[in-house]
Design a protein around this ligand. Sequence first.
Ligand SMILES: Cc1cc2nc3c(=O)[nH]c(=O)nc-3n(C[C@H](O)[C@H](O)[C@H](O)COP(=O)(O)O)c2cc1C
Length: 771
Amino acid sequence: MSLSINILYGSQNGTARNVAENLEKDLLNDNIPTTLLQLDDYKDAKYLDNQLNVIIISTTGDGESPDNAIRFYSNLLSREDFICNSLKNKKYALLGLGDSYFTYFCRPAKVIDSILQSIGSIKVIETAFGDDAKNLDETIESWVKDVKLYIKKSLPLGNEVSSISTDGDNTMEGIEFTSSDGNITDSNDSNSENDTQVGSIIETEMNIDIIDDANSLEYKPIKLSFNKELLSHITQLNHVIKKPISYLSLMSANNLYRSVNYSRTQQIFPLIPKINPYQTSNSNSNNMNNTTIYSSSSNTIQYSENNPFAAKILSANCLANNEWKKTLQITLDITNLHWNYEPGYVFGIIAPNSDKLVLPLLKRLGLNPEDGFRATTTKENLCSGLPVMLNKCYTYYEAFKYFININACPKKSFLRMLAEYCTNKEDKKQLYFLCSSQGAPYYRHLKLQHPSLLDVLYTFTSCQPPFVAILENSTRLAPRYYSITSSPLQNPTTISFIFNVDRYKMPNTSDDNKIHYRYGICTGWLDELLEKPSIPDCFINYRSKSIYIPIFPKTVNSFVLPQNAIINKNIIMAGAGTGIAPFISFIEYKRQLLEEGTLEDYPSFKELTSINQNYINDNDNNNDGNNDDDKHNNNHSKISSWCIFYGCRSFLKDNLIKDFNMLWKQIIENKNLNCKKAVLDDLIITTSREGEGPRYIQDAMKLNENAEKLCNLLRDKNTYFYVCGKKALCKGIQESLEEILQHYGNMSPEESKKFLDDLSNEKRYLRDIWG
Ligand SMILES: Cc1cc2nc3c(=O)[nH]c(=O)nc-3n(C[C@H](O)[C@H](O)[C@H](O)COP(=O)(O)O)c2cc1C
C-alpha cells in the first residue's frame, strides 16, 4: 500500500512553513504527492491507513504554539476524539523549532511528541529540535534528509527516488559532489570546524581606520567575508542542497504605465488584490481609474495581512532621542476599522522596503523599475511564499518594494539558485560551499552579518540571476506587530503605539572604511514618513496631511488582563524600554475606569461594580470591628495590588513613562466603587546607566523590600505576573523570581522552577518575549 503523506506545519514567522514548503517541493519534484497544510487545517488532511504525518512546529510567545496551530494544539491537549482517533496507529515524524535561550524550549513540539506517543501514534524518525541559538539549519537539514530517506524506502518497488539531497548534474572543476547518502566525509568537514574560528577569521579582515557614518542616507552594500582558504583545500563538497525547481512563468506586461512615482505615492493599497478602502469595486489592479472608494459601513470586513485597513496617522510624538535610540509614538485613526480592542491587544503593520535598497538592487539586476510582469503557474501549491503576486501585473519596482523580503539573509536554497547564475567559477564555488555541510558554520556566520540580497550580489559580482528565479525562491515581506499603548476608554476610535527606530551597525567591510548603518524595515519607514520628528517631547499633528499606513488587527491576543482585574486581582508588570507598551494601556485603562466612576455604557463596568459590591459585603461580614471609614479608606490595599517594575537607561533621557508618573501615583476616590483606590501601589524604576540603585529590573526585584512582597504576591492565587521585553530581560527576571521563591518561600531550586511553570500553565505568569 502506498504511503499517504501529510505535511503539517505551525509557524509564526515563516521558518517552519519554509521547511514544510521546501520538503513538499522536493517530494513533488520526485513525483511523490503530498498534502501540505497548516496544523489548524488538519481536518482537511488525508486520512488513509498507511499515513505519514510529517509535523513541523515552531514556538512563539512564552513556549506557546504558533497562531496557525492553536486549534490543533488545544484539541490535542484536551484529547479531542477526532484528533486522537485520526492519529492513533498513524506514522509520524516531528520537527520542533525554537530557541534554547527561552525558558520553554520547543514546548509545543515536546508536548505534541509525548501526546502522540501516549495515544498510540507511531514515531518513524527520531524527533528533532532545531535551536535558533545553536544549529538550527543543520538540525533541519539532517531531519529533512532522514524524512526523505524514510519516504524513499517506503515507496513501492520501482518507484524509488534516484537522488535525495544532492544535485548530481552539477559538477564543477575541482569539486565533485558525493551521493546523497554517501558517507564520504572530507577532513575539513563542518563538524570539525567551529564558529569561533569562523568569526575570528572575519575579524582579522576588518579595517581599522574607521569613520562613523551614522547620518548617511545612502545604502552602501557590504562585501561579505568568509574563509576562502579552507575552500581552496576542499576537493569534494558533501550534501550540497538540491537545486530548487522552477515553477513560474513570467510574461512581460510593459504597458502598465505605472511610474515609480505613481507606485510610491499610492503606497501599498492599490497593489493588494482584495477589497480595501482604496480599491475600486472592479478590483483589477491594472485599472488605473480607482475612483469608487469602498465605504466601510459594516463591521463584517475581515481585515488581515492580505486585506489591510488604511489607518490615517493623526499625530506623532518624539518620546526620546539620544545617543542610544530614538523612540516615537504614533496615534492612528481606526474609526472605520470597527475594532473593539482591549488593553494589551496587538496589531500588524505592513511596511514596504526602502527605496534606498530597492532602487540600487533593481539597477544591480539590470531591471527597469517601471517595466511590468505577470507571473503564472500550473503548480500553485508550490507558490505558497508569494501567492498574492500570482496572475496580477506588477512592475519590478512594486515587486521589490511591497512584496519580496530583500532585507533578510537569503536562505541556502536561494544561494544555491544564485550559484547557477554565476559566470565566475570562484563565485560559484563559494556559493556551493555555503550550501554544503562543510560550509554550514560559514553560512551561520554569514547570517550573523545580516546581509541583504544586495550585499550578497555585491559580494558575488559575476552572479546575474533572472528575476523569475528570484521570485521563485523569495519569501514574502512579513508584517511587523506592535502592542497598543492607548486605552479604549480614552478613545475607542484611535490607537497609539510606541517603537524605537531600529538601527544596526554593519561590519566595517564596505569599500569606503566607514561604519554603515541599516534601518529596520518598518520603523525606518515610519520615521521617514513622519518627516523625522527628532526633538524629544515634540508633538506633530498630521490630521491635515492624509498619511495612511496599512494595518490589521491581530486576532489572537493572550497578553491581556484577566476578568475583574481592577477589583480583585493583583497585577504585577515588568517591562524595559518599549516593553512598557502594553502596560501603559493596562494602567491607563484602570486609571480611566477609576476616574470616570460612571461608565454605564461600558459593558464590563456594571459587572465590575456588582462584583466589587459583593467583595465589600464579604469584607463587611468578616469585619473584625474596624469602623467603616477605615475600611473604605483601606480598601485599595485589601482589594488588589497593582505594581510595575520599569527599566530604562536614564531617568531623563529615555524614560518613556515620565509623563505618566504623577497620574499613576494618584489615589482616586471612586464614588461608585465606594472606595479609594490607588492607580498603582508601586512604581519601581531602574536606570541602568546612571545612579547608585539597582541597574536592572531583575536586581530591583531581589531587594529585600520588594522580594518578600513579591514572594507573597506570587503565592496568592489572585496574582497575575506580566513580563514584556527582550529575551535577556525575561531570562533575568525568571532567574530572580526563582531565587526569590527559594529564599523567601523556602523552595528548592526544582520547586521554584515548577512553581513558575505551574503559574505559566495557569496563565498567571504571562510573558511577551521578543526574539
Ligand atoms: C516573539 C518570539 C517568541 C519566541 N518564544 C520562544 C519560546 O518560548 N521557546 C522557544 O523554544 N523558542 C521561542 N522562539 C523562537 C522561535 O520558535 C524560533 O525562532 C523559530 O525558528 C521560529 O519559527 P517560525 O518562523 O516558523 O515561527 C520565539 C521567537 C520569537 C520571535
